[in-house]
Design a protein around this ligand. Structure first.
Ligand code: IFM
Length: 734
């Protein structure tokens, strides 16, 4: 008998019966389609098994127990806002998050009339396997009862990429050493809670019969009605006993959910599986990246890519992409700059039509952002640091981020510009972008202060993205963004096509001239005599000795959580030579503690873009393993979805040397010495472009989905315009 070998690049599996690992395994075996998020819990839902199931956009509100409280020593706590009674001040309904809903594919298995449970039976084997290339989880469970009967259950589950409301499970039971009767049934497991035992839904209407059941869950506070229906089909074919469960969940009438679950049952499991795999693999093909790295690196990279697809909701124009997708309660399913700055470039280059939804999400919330600016005494529109479908600032009130980590407004504004450039669809600027960019320029203008002594504007009172220095002036990353936003808004104003938008929101020539002048006269820290860029004014004077430094004891030192000088090189690379970027990479590498999951991939990206390839590869590997190996010991709170996007940037833009602009695609291949091949697909003007880089050359093949030729340039060669359906091979000098 030949034993099939599992391909570690696309398969990830864990055999464990350790209860204390359930938090982490629930995350790493999670499946989602952006609408539904189903954690990798056991179907039998043992009390410690953490069954969790979330529906996008169904935010409920509850008490402060939903939040971890930061004490006064925490680096992000605001010295004035953090008070002993801060929790009490919050009230009972202040915190929003998605409610954990009944687990939709729960299973009862009885052998000889005795129901299996992890507590009463001996579990001989429990293996979970993730098929990363199919977005499917398989599980094998072998148990023995008191009488010595051994039974094996093999199940496979999916959260459908073809039907956003569908979850399916098929489980097959085999009697290994007995003939005792087996009884199988599905149910909705209702004993579920959010953090600290808090329940965020109440039951409404219900139905139940022999092979179907359902209920309405009404969210706390927001009173959203979510229907949950499950149909089952038991197949008893002699020795082969199996069950199929079809669950539909979403904001719809319960009767509709029941009908849809029933239709899925009619279609059958194999049909639902095939439709799901077909739809998911299409997405994977659109963003394919192949490289001959270490298997553990590639596996983690593929895992990250899978999560980017699983996080992008079909209703992302309303929900955005929550920082951890629907994978876990950490950060309460809110959106952060991770979406605009880190994830958007990936979606833009691989799924441009869906990427537009992120622009719509930000633009639709613009009225709330205007209110947010007023709340903090600023003008224009200020994007909240953390927000949900309601567009308000949701950051815990005792933190010091809301009015200080203000780069997020420009991070969001930049998406509109990039979308218009890369897709060629300038209508987004007329419909949404110009207004957004004018309003965020107003915001930055209202935050600048004239410094008489210097004869320049300062941007004081900001919190550095590095998050160990949250009270700073003139942070280079934030100042560069403010400068860009002000000058780009002035440039847009000078274009005739945006006059109507400007007129509608009252932008005058005088205001636009002020923006231009402010951008010109904004103080931005430049590299010093050694080429090092000071992260913010006064950073060089901080304690350089990092021994004993940790998150509650670091603000006095040069330790950074993630290096924002290196992050500034992503949008503003053109300002700095590669020599300056290398020097800064080495300088900040010595000072970075990687407290943020964004740090390893961000440093991989920055290193690869300036030719520090060995360093880049090391950091890429760490990033790729972060969740699978639980490097930061917080995977149980959910997947760090944005790191997958930054890893993509490190590989495609770093090692592939891709630069995408409105003029076309430039490739400056920079393969690490350990690799011989890198291939990837991206989109430009909605046209697919496949790139293959080897030691000998570069091949570029242009698709024929759009009627559009693609200008491509290799290194500093001439631009070639490649026609739809054509390919070109260029020898390189390696
Ligand atoms: O958005 C980040 C932030 O930059 C650092 N803390 C974690 C957040 C989520 O990734």
């Amino acid at each position: 008998m030949s034993i099939p070998t599992r391909n570690p690049l696309w398969r990830y599996w864990v055999q464990s019966t350790k209860k204390e690992l359930e938090g982490k395994l629930g995350t790493t075996f999670l499946l989602s389609n952006g609408m539904l998020g189903l954690r990798g819990a056991h179907e039998e839902c043992p009390p410690w098994g953490r069954p969790e199931f979330y529906v996008a956009g169904t935010y409920a509100s509850g008490p402060s127990g939903l939040l971890g409280f930061h004490d006064a020593d925490h680096i992000l706590s605001h010295p004035e806002r953090i008070r002993q009674d801060a929790l009490a001040l919050l009230g009972d309904d202040a915190i929003v998050t998605l409610p954990n809903l009944p687990f939709p594919i729960a299973l009862r298995v009885s052998v000889a009339g005795v129901r299996f449970s992890f507590e009463t039976h001996k579990v001989l084997s429990a293996e979970r396997l993730l098929e990363i290339d199919n977005a499917v989880m398989r599980r094998t469970l072998v148990f023995r009862d008191e009488t010595g009967n051994r039974t094996r259950i093999d199940s496979v589950r999916l959260v459908s990429m073809a039907d956003p409301n569908l979850v399916c499970l098929k489980a097959r039971v085999r009697r290994l050493n007995h003939r005792a009767p087996v009884d199988l049934g599905g149910y909705l497991h209702e004993e579920v809670t959010n953090t600290n035992g808090i329940v965020l839904w109440s039951a409404g209407e219900r139905f139940a019969d022999r092979s179907a059941r359902g209920m309405e869950c009404i969210t706390r506070g927001s009173r959203i009605s979510i229907a949950l229906a499950q149909c089952e089909k038991v197949i008893n074919a002699g020795d082969d006993i199996s069950i199929e469960l079809y669950a539909i969940a979403g904001a719809m009438p319960l009767a509709e959910a029941r009908l849809r679950a029933d239709s899925a049952r009619e279609l059958g499991f194999e049909h639902c599986l095939a439709a799901h795999v077909e739809s998911y693999q299409r997405q994977l093909r659109d963003s394919r990246v192949e490289f001959d790295g270490l298997p553990a690196t590639v596996q983690g990279f593929n895992f990250g890519q899978m999560h980017l697809h699983m996080a992008l909701s079909p209703i992302a124009e309303r929900t955005g992409v929550p920082i951890k997708g629907l994978t876990g309660h950490g950060y309460r399913f809110l959106t952060f700059w991770d979406m605009d700055f880190h994830m958007f470039p990936f979606y833009l280059m691989t799924r441009p039509k869906q990427a537009r939804k992120l622009l719509e999400y930000r633009y639709n919330q613009l009225p709330r952002y205007r209110e947010n600016a007023k709340k903090w005494g600023a003008k224009g529109a200020q994007v909240p640091w953390e927000t949900s479908t309601r567009g308000r600032e949701e950051t815990a009130p005792w933190l010091c981020l809301q009015d200080r980590e203000i780069h997020i407004s420009a991070d969001a504004a930049y998406m509109f510009k990039r979308y218009a450039e890369i897709t060629g669809d300038a209508s987004v600027m007329l419909d949404m972008g110009a207004e957004f960019i004018f309003e965020t320029a107003r915001f930055y203008a209202s935050r600048l202060k004239w410094n008489e002594a210097r004869g320049l504007y300062d941007l004081p009172g900001v919190g550095c993205p590095d998050q160990y220095h949250t009270f700073a002036d003139n942070n280079v990353f934030i100042s560069l963004w403010a400068q860009w936003n002000l000058s780009y808004a002035a440039e847009l104003f000078s274009r005739a096509e945006y006059q109507a938008v400007a007129g509608r929101i009252g932008v005058t020539r005088r205001e636009a001239d002020e923006w231009r002048e402010m951008a010109r006269k904004l103080f931005v820290i430049e590299p010093d005599a050694d080429g090092i860029i000071e992260e913010f004014e006064g950073y060089f004077d901080l304690e350089p000795d990092l021994d004993g430094i940790c998150e509650t004891y670091c603000a006095h030192s040069q330790a950074v959580k993630q290096p924002d000088v290196l992050a500034a090189f992503v949008p503003f690379e053109g300002r700095y030579s590669s020599e300056i970027r290398r020097k800064n990479w080495r300088y900040y590498n010595a000072r970075t503690l990687h407290g943020s999951s964004l740090s390893f991939p961000g440093m991989a990206y920055a290193a690869a873009r300036c030719g520090l390839n060995d360093e880049a590869l090391h950091h890429l590997h760490q990033a790729c393993r972060l969740d699978l190996d639980d490097i930061n010991l917080d995977t149980e709170r959910g997947v760090h979805v944005s790191i997958g996007a930054v890893e993509w940037g490190a590989v495609v833009c770093g090692f592939g040397g891709l630069e995408a602009t409105g003029d076309g695609l430039t490739l400056r291949p920079n393969l690490p010495r350990q690799w011989n091949r890198l291939a990837f697909a991206v989109y430009w003007h909605f046209q697919r472009v496949d790139v293959e880089i080897t030691r000998g050359g570069v091949t570029v093949a242009v698709g024929d989905e759009a009627d559009c030729a693609v200008p491509v340039r290799i290194n500093d060669g001439a631009w070639r315009t490649i026609a739809p359906g054509a390919r070109e091979e260029v020898r390189t000098d390696e």
